[in-house]
Design a protein around this ligand. Sequence first.
Ligand code: TXA
Ligand code: MG
Length: 344
Amino acid sequence: MKTKIIKISPDHPDAQAIAHAAIVIKNGGLVAFPTETVYGLGANALNDQAVRNIFLAKERPADNPLIVHIADLADLSILARSISPLGQKLIRTFWPGPLTLVLRKKRIVPDAVTAGGETIAIRMPDHPVALALIAASGVPIAAPSANSSGKPSATSAQDVFQDLDGRIDLILDAGRTQIGMESTVVDVSGKQPILLRQGGITKEQLEEAMGTPFNAPGNSTGIARSPGMKHRHYAPHAKVVIVHYETPKKMADKMQEMILHFRRQGKRVGILAMLRKTQKRPSADVTLFAGATPAHIGRNLFRCLRLMDARGADIILVEGIPEHELGAVIMDRLRKAAETGRGK
Ligand code: TXA
Ligand code: MG
């Protein structure tokens, strides 16, 4: 299959390009499209075979369910059963936006979408291209992040092309995505809300809206594990090692020690610097600066991990950052990359 790329304005999407992409969706094809978080790999959520093709293209394990994207609140009642008052409040507060809600599903939803489960994850993305595509397709769009399974999510059309060229029909290229990390996933299908994945809406924002903290049984962070979390995640080819920050001097010394250690093993070492660019740094084979604020780091994080691979790093030494608000999301992604990455 030849993968076509169409450039499209992120703010004022061209109606003809959208119409073309919508026809691909209606015909059961696969379209990668931008959202405010990361690129999604979309198919008609009500077409079982089209949804199965998403799993094939990404080589995604079939037991990891997908998020369904809607552009109109009216579509909720097609897909989901009754929504709790808390669910409704979160929808009013955060949609459109980077919050995915897990709800009880209706029978019309194909098993492939929900991995056979009784619940469905739904979100309304905050991106003109995504919303226009869903509206023009006339169906909800199931879309995981548009990367090969296990790799860092795609934050540009080039990332999508690198992973999925020849496996999907079309990529809508609207430049780099704004947030750079995926949506937050909250299960509101039961009595208590459960935070399954941290993301673009922070835990602090959610707790403020809910008026209560999350409470995951047997766990002090309040964060449970979503079904997909047992799989390899966000991992570049290189091995990710997190170096915890104490003082600038201690960090620099520790980094230098680790560089020498890995060099003795014949490895090419990369440093991913966070927050403080100007600080004196030990030399490494590749040095990238992720950004001066958590928002900037979030936007650049997956791109930096992919760039490290492109520049041939075997090891990525990443500076840890304080874990609140977006900092917690960044550290969550890095920890998963460090835990589940294969290294070389
Ligand atoms: O920002 C995002 O969420 C992006 C854009 C494209 O919307 N999508 C995305 O999808 O990150 P994906 O497939 O990479 O991650 C979906 C997460 C997985 O952790 C999956 O296990 C969880 O949502 N999930 C999906 N359906 C679920 C369900 N019914 N119950 C619990 N978790 C679910
Ligand atoms: Mg993903």
